[in-house]
Design a protein around this ligand. Structure first.
Ligand code: GLU
Length: 489
């Protein structure tokens, strides 16, 4: 394969419960690069830890990737199904003298580890089983003595040109002869990964930089197995806003949690893409998936840890909420409105034009899908709840506001066509006639119509509500204010 051949990439999550945002970021970067270069993006489920890998957690990964809109080429590889190859590769290393059997028991190793700790020296396997005569090894194997297979680390240095960090080198003397196959015949992570990456012809390994210390071991295995080396790109860690590694302490870390919070997948993808990558120079942060694909390159991968700021994610979501085609937004909001008991799907379908106009109105002031649902109440319910803060601010003087609202209602009732320009003209004329500014009419009216202190433009609100509901709601507010004024007097 030549240098310029499109890369074969893979995302290799361990199914341990859910798709972590860090894993999602790794998946996204691999996917973006594959799509950008015409390469191949593979998925490998590293389910060798049978105790922790369940079907549910594998499904959580598939669901998370699907929600984000990330797909993969070729069939999914389940690492656990490759056990025989892992064993064959380990045997091949034994046969070529690059690995050896080690009969030291865990208890013996623990003992030596303790001794090293007592002497304050770093523990490293002392290679005593490498000294065993071939006949003795045969004897022990024949006697059924349990053993692991260890890789014999050669002298020298192991280095690579990382696409993120440039050259990284490890002196081999710091790497002990590591185990590749356990005594039960199952492979250790580094060995399984290399065996699989070779079999899958992966040419670029892009993963979190918490794997940097594994990479020299993996390179040594590639070399010992006589396989061409892939390139490596180690992505910076994701930190919380306090600069510490992102964990549950910082809030949700599962991609699925963000889905349930009302984050759009477009926003999540956009947000994740900017954790550890930037298009470079001056750039527009809000990007669609297609724009991300077009801009993505390994040249602008960042070295520094990136910060997962939930506020920024919300902001990003607001931006995408305002931009996605309404036809795409609708299927995401409808189930939430139905769930909130505001409407039925059939009702919304019957009033599609009105519903789309309402969505268009409400999304402007929304950051989360829930914000749309919360604001939607007044357009669906007959009953209205007045937000205490809005009442305190805009209905401070019921005796003044009440009559102004009554005059507003009469003006609107007399209006010809129910459209914004006419509403505005007549209500501004009313304000002039009463000798007050427009705000004295519009702000209390907003509370009367929506119960809220913040809403879309007041004329748009009235169009969305319709004439009848608008007038009824003002009348209801007048009664409420009369009660307040009575109570106060
Ligand atoms: N399964 C490993 C993990 O989830 C990743 C292995 C790799 O990318 O090499 O951290």
């Amino acid at each position: 394969m030549t240098e310029s051949a499109p890369p074969r990439l893979r995302f290799a999550p361990s199914p341990t419960g859910y798709l972590h945002v860090g894993g999602a970021r790794t998946a996204l970067f691999n996917w973006l690069l594959a799509r950008r270069t015409g390469g191949t993006c593979l998925l490998r489920i590293e389910d060798t830890d049978k105790a922790r890998s369940t079907e549910d957690s594998t499904k959580a990964i598939f669901d998370g990737l699907k929600w984000l809109g990330l797909d993969w080429d070729e069939e999914v590889v389940f690492q656990g199904a490759n056990l025989e190859r892992h064993q064959r590769d380990a045997e091949a290393l034994l046969a070529s003298g690059k690995a050896y059997r080690c009969f030291c028991t865990p208890e013996e190793l623990d003992e030596r580890r303790k001794e090293a700790a007592a002497e304050k020296s770093a523990f490293k396997y002392d290679r005593r089983c490498d000294e065993l005569a071939a006949s003795e090894v045969e004897r022990r194997v024949a006697a059924g003595m349990p053993c692991v297979i260890r890789f014999r680390v050669p002298e020298g240095e192991t280095a690579w040109d990382d696409l993120v960090h440039d050259r990284i080198a490890f002196p081999n003397k710091d790497i002990e002869d590591f185990v590749i196959l356990r005594s039960d015949g199952t492979p250790i992570y580094n060995h399984a990964v290399v065996s699989d990456d070779i079999a899958m012809r992966v040419t670029l390994v892009m993963r979190g930089d918490d794997h940097i210390s594994n990479t020299p071991k993996q390179i040594l295995l590639y070399q010992a197995l006589g396989a061409p080396l892939p390139r490596f790109a180690h992505l910076p860690m994701i930190h919380g806003t306090d600069g510490k590694k992102l964990s549950k302490r910082h809030g949700a870390t599962a991609v699925g949690d963000y889905e349930h919070m009302g984050i759009l997948p477009e926003a999540m993808v956009n947000f994740l893409a900017l954790l550890g990558w930037s298009p470079g120079g001056e750039f527009e942060e809000v990007m669609t998936l297609d724009q991300l694909v077009a801009a993505f390159s390994t040249d602008n991968l960042l070295r520094k840890a990136s910060v997962f700021d939930p506020k920024k994610l919300e902001w990003m979501n607001g931006q995408h909420l305002s931009r996605v085609p309404l036809a795409e937004l609708e299927p995401r909001v409808t189930p939430l409105l139905v769930q909130a008991g505001l409407a039925t799907a059939a009702d919304l379908a019957a009033r599609r034009a009105w519903y789309f106009a309402l969505l268009d109105l409400l999304r402007v002031r929304s950051r989360l899908l829930d914000d749309i649902v919360r604001q939607a109440g007044p357009y669906f319910r007959d009953e209205i709840e007045y937000e205490a803060e809005a009442v305190a601010k805009q209905w401070k003087e019921p005796a003044v506001v009440g009559p102004l609202l009554a005059a507003t209602r009469e003006t609107l009732a007399a209006l010809g066509p129910w459209e914004p320009a006419a509403m505005e003209e007549s209500l501004r004329a009313l304000a002039d006639a009463k000798g007050v500014g427009g705000g004295k009419i519009f702000q209390p009216l907003r509370v009367a119509l929506t119960g809220l202190g913040v809403s879309p433009g007041i004329f748009d609100v009235m169009v969305a509500l319709g004439r009848e509901r608008t007038l009824a709601r003002i009348a209801q507010a007048e009664r409420h204010l009369a009660g307040m004024a009575g109570g106060a007097g």
